[in-house]
Every structure is written in structure tokens, then in C-alpha cells.
Design a protein around this ligand. Structure first.
Ligand code: FES
Ligand code: FES
Length: 888
């Protein structure tokens, strides 16, 4: 059949049942993305005869004789399509994985549709931006600057990859042709807990095109943690590549490697597995009971770094500072309640995946959608007993992460398959696998008790925390520790006590997720403080001001060894003042009969994880007079590439367009811990700064120059030497991520609630943030807006369902409601004016922290509006209505 794709006729018959999306990608149109393959996300949008369609649910044969336009064909001979240009001018993206689909949808809208974007864009999801930047782009708002030489820091520089993102030519993980590629599919457990007693592979191996079947008998015996940390001292080593015991419904049972995805899937269907089904514990409460089925009862606590395998406890913390009993005795008011937060999914639009191959020297090479290429290389080398130099891990552009890709969930299996077949192998999660088999946010149950004197001074804070780490420990203990740290270390109080447990259950594992436990515990802490303020008749902002830590004071929390954490800049007072200003503004209109309320909450976060976080960087003056920055950290929409270019440009006295950033490849620099823990700016950026300063000094010393200019060295006598004549010169820099500073955030809402239906409407949303010196206000605002949108999703709607057998029931975007354009209100973002003494050029991190105060601020506004304290997320319309109806 003939299809005209971007003006060129393609003669090829699709395979039976093939969708247009995969057909187009096979014809080289990699701008057509997969976010779901069920018609729910819009990442695959193309035009067929000028009409936008979701190509993943459009049969390829229906395109016969039609004109198909993909993002690659949207631009005209004179340049970008106007919509592409607008997305560039407003930087209407972060990771950019959704962008091609959004542009294709927008390009086909008529004026009426453009006037009603919430409806027009209901078929296009974006997980990163919170849609404000998308709206700016569509409305033609230009927000990107082009700063001059030496003036990049503090400017709204656009992402260097912007032109590629808006034209669909940015290379994400799977956007490359690999000759001879095999496809890997996984058979997953239907049982929450079972022993595999036999796997009959004969049927699978008989499927034409199947090249290998891998089971636990082929896997290394070694246990590891899927979590990636520089020092994995708290991460239980409890996982095998393939195991003979399955501990959650969705766990890998076997892998089939075949010439096509279809053959691999058919191979999985033909596997015959015999299970001995075992009893399961599906909740932490069940798992903590004496005699409960054990998840890792077969493991030694020391060898596997598990606190109490005989009690299903992956990690625990019991510590007290001062005496909470004495603190409660001196309190005039005490409040205590239990708070619950559910599992939620990262839902990055690009699913997990990797392509592996042996390079010309036989070196194992993986191109992966990881946030941690260097730590993944280390894990693979350890797992397969390979020298580290015999393993290379790199990334393309990564389509969103949010912590979910600080995990080795696919690379180990791909490496096993590459070694077994000697061929290139691809493994790409489906959206359903993302829900059933990737990690989630930890569900927390937090019992919080706090007391205060009549003047508002806190006298005692007590937390009892139970987290559900699921079937594997990975980030469980570390998330538990972190959640219980900055959430209460931000308050000056002599008496603090924490009892916390990270509990194994026979359910899908939890992992790292934006905020790393702080969002869950802050929900409890900030709700309880609101109740104390109410009982004292005190302004909740004033209560915070009375109790928050001040510069020079220690940051204390039970169990803390965070000796390197300090307040190296302080903008919390400005954040709280911004909340007070917002609250003082006149209220807007609310629908008649609705209940109106206001609420605030605040949060502190460490700018980087404890124990050291390392980054190496190198900056080279190239023969053409431009500079190349090499960093190990990954770009997944966090904007670190842009900031690295800004830092280098300013330090070297040039413009950012003369900086080429290469990144995220273990061949590039010595080491990089990874893009997690809010470190892209403060750790990798500091390494770039050190390298750029060293290069500047080296160039000036070599030339006798006095300053660097955009493309030349200025000499003391006024003459110049073109930089191209000085090249090549290279210098390196590194930063170890310690000491660490802290960043602050506060959020304020005014809301209206319909008591008749439970509908909650946000009338005004204000977020204040102390990010130190704001390196790129546009981008930093986007991080805040995206974090707030993600937090609103989990505060109002998102939660993963499990059935009575422990199987995930929310296996697609249709069941799991991600915020759409219509769901996210505009949030006004206010930055504190501070300069940090640790972060590069005064910067602090602002990638995870905006998430943390949102849910408690909303809970406090809901309490103010309705008189009811909601203690369980999400605040769905049904749940709100039911509580209001029960209390009326
Ligand atoms: S991939 Fe087609 S709509 Fe999501
Ligand atoms: S920018 Fe929209 S999903 Fe990442």
C-alpha cells in the first residue's frame, strides 16, 4: 500500500493489526511517541488528511492513499510552523516527550477550539509542565530571552534542545535504528506470592523468531537493590534479575527474546509455569502482625541489609530528642491524628526501557531511560562480574523521571539477554507494565501528635510512621528516614520523637518519587500545625514564624546524622511573607452556596542527598572557538542542561549558544552519582562552575590575557587573540555534594467547595519558593508549576488501586486520572531573593520541593471551608461529599 508521509510516498504493507504509530516509527518518524498505546495521552498525535488522530489506535491500513503529517513534516520550506515557533518562544515543555503531540493537536485547532483549550486539549497529557507553559505557547506569549555575553545566569534562556524538541528530532531512548535488534517481553506473575516449581519453555522456543527464553536458572545468583545511590548502605539487597520466588503480582517470571515484539509476546503466552501459591500479606498492618507471611524471611539481615526479615521490616527508626512526655506535659494545647497517603505513580510519559548491545570491542553498552547512568554501570558490572570499563551506559533525552528512573528496573534484564544472545536487545515497558511493575510513591500512615504553649511555642512533636515499601526494599528505608527529617527539622522544638517502619508487603514495590517521603509526612505535620493554630486562635503563618529554624540554628530530627546540612541561605521568612500577602488580598467570587476557605503549608528540603553526591565535569575550548561542557548527569526535563550552559557561558564571558553540552554517558567523565535528589544544579552545576573557572584560568595563563570575551581573549594592551587560535584547552572540575544547604517552599490556596457534590474548586493558588539565586526564572517557575500540578494530581485524584489478590487495577491512564489541562489552575509563583553560599553562583535546588506543601495547604483550606479535617489523600469529590454528608 502507499501512504504519503510528510509529502513522500512510502510503499509498504503494514503487518496485520499494526497501528499507524508503530508503522510511522518504522518509517523513521521517531517524533511520533508512545505514552500509552491506548489513545489516552496524545503523545502519538499525527494528522491524517489534515485531521489530528491518535496514531496508536488508528489502524495503519486505513492510512492507505492518505496524507499523513507527523511533527517532522509540520514545518514549511520557510521554517517552523507558527505553533512550533510558539512552543520554542515560550518553552512550552520540560522533558518534551508530550510536545510533538501537543503541537500537532494545536496546529489543527480552529478559533473556537483555541478559545476553549481545556476541552480542545483533553486528549493530550503533559506530566511535567502543569500546562502553564503550554498555555503561554499556544497564546503566543514569548518568555524566552537571548542574553548577551556573560549575562546568561538569571536570564530566561531557552533549553538548548528546544529546536529539536519542537521538530520531533530530539533523540529519546528508543529513537534510533539498531540493525539486528531483538525484542524482549516479560511474563509476569499473576500471584502476589508464589514459588515457581517449574517453567516449561518448549512451547515458547517453538515460536518462529524466538531466540531465547530466560528464567531464574539463567540469572546471576547475586542479590542487589534496584535503588541507585552513591552509598547504598540503607538499600536492602533483596532482588534477583529473575527469581524462583515471586513476591508481587507483576514481578518478572521469565523473559522471551525474539525477532519481533509479536513473537516475544507469543512466546510469553506459550510459557507454562507451575506455581506453588503461598500466603501473602497485602498491607503493612497485615505484614506487621506476628505470624504474618514473610516477604524475605529466607534472607540474612546483615548480608542483605534488611532490618528484620523475620518481621517484614526493611528498615526502622526509633529515636527521641529531649522528652516528648515532658513536652506534652507543658503544652497548653495538644492535637493528634492519623494521616494516610496512597500509592501513586510517576507516570512519566516515556516509560522505562533500554536498548543494549555489544560494541565493536565486545563491551556491554546500554542506552537507557535512566537518571543514573554511572550507578547503573556500577551495578551491572557488579552483577555480571565485569570490569567497570567493560560496561558503558548512556542516555538519549529522557522523557520524564521524577525519581522513578533512579532505579534499575530494565537494564539488568537487557544485559542478561544481550549476553545470552550476543545480539542487540530492546526492552520497553508498556504503560500497563509501568503501573503493575515499575515503582510507585510509598503509601504512608502517619500518626502525629504535637503540643504547643499558649503563645504558640511548640513543646513536643511525635511521629509514628508506617510506610509500605512493597515486595522489595529498594528506597524504602531511605524514603522513611528522609520523610521524617526535614519535615520536622524545620521546626525548632526541644522534644521530638520518631518511631518509623518501612514495611515489606506482597505488593508492587515503591521507590523514589519527587520529595522522597517529605510530601507524605509534611501532609501530617502541616495539618497538625494548622489544628494547633486553630485551637490557639492564632494565624497559622504566625504559628510557623514562632517556631521555624533561623539561620545559625541546628537542623535537628531524631535519627539524624545530617552533620553536613546547614542553612547556607535563608528565604523562609520571605516565603511566609508572600503567603501573608496573598491571604490579605480581597477574595474573589465563589459560586453561590459553596463553602469558601483558605489554607497554607510550608516545607524545607535538603539541597542534595546525604552521604555525598559526586559530579565530575570537563570544559573544553574547541578548535572552532566554542566550548564543550561534558557532564555525567542526565537531562530528563529538569533543565540542568540549560543551567549548565548558563553557568559555563557566564564564567567564560560568552553567550550560551557558544556552549555545547554533552552529558549522561559513562564514557564522558570520570563519575557522576546521577540526576536525583535535586542535584542537577547544585552538584553537577557546581562541578561545571569549577571546571569553567579552571579553564578560564588556564586560557588566561596560556595567553597572558586579562579577560575572556565572547570569541576572543582580551590582552592587557587592548589586543585580542581569537579563541580558535588558543584551542584546544581542557579543564576539569568536580564537586562532592557536601556540605549541603536547604531550600524552602510555602503554598497558599483559596478554595470553594460545593457541599452538595463535594466538588472542590481552586480560586487562587500562590507558591513561594526560596531557590537561592534563581538561575533561570522561566525554567524554575516551570519546575514549581510542574511540581504543584503533580501534587494537585495526588491530592485530588490519583491513587493506585489493588484488588483483593494484590493485583494493580489501575493499569492505564483511563483508570488512573492524571491532571489534564482543564484540571490545573494557574499558580502564582513568587521567588525569595537570597544567595546561597554553597550552591553554584548562589543557586539552590528547586525540583522536588514544590510538591511537598501542596497537599497539606489544600487540606488546611478544606478544613477552613468545611470545618472537617480530611486526613486521607486524595480528596476526591466522592470522599469530600461523603464526609460532609456524614457530618451534616
Ligand atoms: S500513545 Fe497514543 S494516545 Fe498515548
Ligand atoms: S514536557 Fe510534557 S510530559 Fe514532559
Amino acid at each position: 500500500m502507499t501512504v504519503t508521509i510528510n509529502g513522500v510516498d512510502h510503499d509498504r504493507a503494514p503487518r496485520p493489526g499494526q497501528c499507524l504509530r508503530t508503522f510511522l516509527r518504522e518509517e523513521g518518524c521517531f517524533g511520533v511517541k508512545k505514552g500509552c498505546d491506548t489513545g489516552d495521552c496524545g503523545a502519538c498525535t499525527v494528522h491524517v488528511d489534515g485531521v489530528p488522530v491518535h496514531s496508536c489506535v488508528y489502524p495503519a491500513f486505513r492510512a492507505r492513499g492518505r496524507r499523513v503529517t507527523t511533527i517532522e513534516g509540520l514545518a514549511g520550506p520557510d521554517g517552523l510552523h507558527p505553533v512550533q515557533q510558539r512552543f520554542l518562544d515560550a518553552q512550552g515543555f520540560q522533558c518534551g516527550f508530550c510536545t510533538a503531540g501537543l503541537i500537532m493537536t494545536t496546529a489543527a485547532l480552529d478559533d473556537d477550539q483555541l478559545a476553549d483549550l481545556p476541552r480542545a486539549l483533553k486528549g493530550n497529557l503533559c506530566r511535567c509542565t502543569g500546562y502553564r507553559a503550554v498555555a503561554d505557547a499556544i497564546h503566543g506569549v514569548r518568555t524566552v530571552d537571548q542574553p548577551g555575553a556573560g549575562a546568561a545566569v538569571g536570564a530566561n534562556l531557552g533549553a538548548p534542545a528546544g529546536p529539536q524538541v519542537v521538530t520531533g528530532t530530539a533523540d529519546y531512548t528508543f529513537d534510533l535504528d539498531v540493525p539486528g535488534l531483538l525484542h524482549l517481553k516479560v511474563l509476569r506473575s499473576p500471584h502476589a506470592h508464589a514459588r515457581i516449581t517449574a517453567i516449561d519453555t518448549a512451547g515458547a522456543l517453538a515460536v518462529p523468531g524466538v531466540r531465547a527464553v530466560l528464567t531464574h536458572e539463567d540469572a546471576p545468583a547475586r542479590h542487589f537493590s534496584t535503588a541507585r545511590h552513591e552509598h547504598p548502605v540503607e538499600d536492602p539487597a533483596d532482588t534477583r534479575v529473575l527469581d524462583d520466588v515471586v513476591r508481587f503480582a507483576g514481578q518478572r517470571v521469565a523473559a522471551v527474546v525474539a525477532d519481533t515484539e509479536g513473537a516475544a509476546e507469543e512466546g510469553c503466552r506459550r510459557l507454562r509455569v507451575t506455581y506453588e501459591v503461598l500466603p501473602a500479606a497485602l498491607t503493612p498492618q497485615e505484614a506487621m502482625r506476628p505470624g504474618a507471611p514473610l516477604v524475605h524471611g529466607d534472607k540474612d539481615p546483615v548480608a542483605h541489609r534488611i532490618a528484620r526479615p523475620d518481621g517484614n521490616i526493611a528498615g526502622e527508626l526509633h529515636d527521641e530528642l529531649g522528652s516528648v512526655a515532658a513536652g506534652f506535659a507543658e503544652a497548653d494545647v495538644v492535637y493528634e491524628a492519623t494521616f494516610r497517603t496512597p500509592r501513586v505513580q510517576h507516570a512519566s510519559l516515556e516509560t522505562h526501557g533500554a536498548i543494549g548491545w555489544l560494541d565493536g570491542q565486545g563491551r556491554l553498552t546500554l542506552r537507557s531511560s535512566t537518571q543514573t547512568p554511572f550507578l547503573t554501570r556500577r551495578a551491572l558490572a557488579d552483577l555480571f562480574d565485569l570490569p567497570r570499563e567493560d560496561v558503558r551506559v548512556l542516555t538519549g533525552r529522557v522523557g520524564g523521571g521524577f525519581g522513578g528512573k533512579q532505579e534499575m528496573l530494565v537494564e539488568d534484564l537487557v544485559a542478561l539477554a544481550v549476553r545470552a544472545t550476543g545480539r542487540p536487545v530492546k526492552h520497553e515497558y508498556t504503560r500497563a507494565e509501568q503501573f503493575t511493575s515499575a515503582t510507585t510513591r510509598h503509601a504512608f500512615t502517619v500518626r502525629m501528635k504535637a503540643g504547643a504553649r499558649r503563645d504558640g511555642t511548640l513543646t513536643a512533636i511525635q511521629l509514628h510512621v508506617v510506610t509500605d515499601t512493597g515486595a522489595y526494599g529498594n528506597h524504602g528505608p531511605a524514603v522513611m528516614y528522609h520523610g521524617c527529617h526535614e519535615s520536622i527539622a524545620v521546626y525548632r522544638c526541644a522534644n521530638k520523637k520518631v518511631d518509623a517502619y518501612a514495611v515489606y508487603t506482597h505488593t508492587v514495590p515503591a521507590g523514589a518519587f519527587r520529595g522522597y517521603g517529605l510530601g507524605q509526612v509534611s501532609f501530617a505535620v502541616e495539618s497538625v500545625l494548622d489544628e494547633l493554630a486553630r485551637r490557639l486562635g492564632m494565624d497559622p503563618v504566625l504559628l510557623r514564624e514562632r517556631n521555624v529554624v533561623r539561620p545559625g540554628e541546628p537542623l535537628t530530627a531524631p535519627g539524624s546524622h545530617a552533620d553536613d546540612l546547614l542553612i547556607a541561605s535563608y528565604g523562609l521568612d520571605q516565603c511566609l511573607a508572600a503567603v501573608r500577602t496573598a491571604a490579605a488580598a480581597p477574595a474573589g467570587d465563589a459560586p453561590a452556596g459553596w463553602l469558601v476557605g483558605e489554607g497554607m503549608a510550608m516545607a524545607m528540603i535538603a539541597a542534595g542527598p546525604p552521604g555525598g553526591h559526586h559530579a565530575d565535569a570537563a570544559v573544553t575550548l574547541l578548535p572552532d572557538g566554542r566550548y564543550e561542557v561534558a557532564v555525567g548527569t542526565a537531562e530528563f526535563g529538569n533543565g540542568s542542561t540549560t543551567v549548565h550552559a548558563q553557568i559555563a557561558a557566564d564564567t567564560l564571558g560568552t553567550t550560551a549558544d557558544r556552549i555545547v553540552v554533552r552529558q549522561s554517558d559513562t564514557d564522558l567523565v570520570g563519575h557522576d552519582t546521577g540526576a536525583f535528589g535535586s542535584t542537577g544544579v547544585v552538584v553537577a552545576g557546581r562541578a561545571v562552575l569549577e571546571a569553567a573557572r579552571a579553564l578560564r584560568a588556564r586560557i588566561l595563563a596560556a595567553t597572558g590575557g586579562s579577560t575572556l570575551e565572547s570569541s576572543a581573549v582580551r590582552l592587557p594592551d587592548g589586543g585580542t587573540i581569537p579563541l580558535a587560535e588558543v584551542a584546544p584547552v581542557r579543564a576539569e572540575g568536580r564537586w562532592a555534594g557536601t556540605p549541603r544547604s536547604v531550600a524552602f517552599n510555602a503554598h497558599w490556596f483559596r478554595i470553594a467547595v460545593d457541599p452538595g457534590t463535594g466538588e472542590l474548586r481552586i480560586l487562587r493558588s500562590v507558591h513561594s519558593a526560596d531557590a537561592g539565586r534563581v538561575m533561570n526564572p522561566l525554567q524554575c517557575r516551570g519546575q514549581v508549576e510542574g511540581g504543584v500540578a503533580q501534587a494537585l494530581g495526588s491530592a485530588l485524584a490519583e491513587h493506585m488501586g489493588l484488588d483483593g489478590a494484590g493485583r494493580v487495577t489501575t493499569t492505564g491512564f483511563r483508570q488512573y486520572h492524571l491532571p489534564t489541562f482543564a484540571d490545573v489552575p494557574v499558580t502564582e509563583v513568587v521567588f525569595a531573593a537570597t544567595e546561597d553560599t554553597i550552591g553554584p553562583l548562589g543557586a539552590k535546588s528547586m525540583s522536588e520541593s514544590p510538591y511537598n506543601p501542596v497537599a497539606p495547604a489544600l487540606a488546611n483550606a478544606l478544613r477552613d471551608a468545611t470545618g472537617v479535617r480530611f486526613t486521607e489523600l486524595p480528596f476526591t469529590r466522592d470522599r469530600v461529599w461523603a464526609r460532609l454528608a456524614a457530618d451534616s
